[in-house]
Design a binder for this molecule. Sequence first.
Ligand SMILES: [Zn+2]
Length: 92
Amino acid sequence: MNDPTFQFGWQEIGSVRSFTNPAKRYHIVMNMKGHMGCTCPAWKHTPYANPDGSIPPCKHIKGLLSESLEHEGFDATLFGLTWLAKRIAANL
Ligand SMILES: [Zn+2]
């Protein structure tokens, strides 16, 4: 099982609301290689990895990358805000 909360080197980008249970929040994290992880069951139970060692993104990571943040009640950490600012700057 993939569990970023039990591994070193992960930094939290922010948390999102669960689509199925609004009372629940999942935490989206990033490691030093830039790989992203999530604390949702779907991501944790992904049975395979990409050739670069990253785990394919779950719907929360995909939502974050497609900038549909407001719909999920995205709450960024300071690290997450810096990462978002870099992303926005890179797209300009
Ligand atoms: Zn997820």
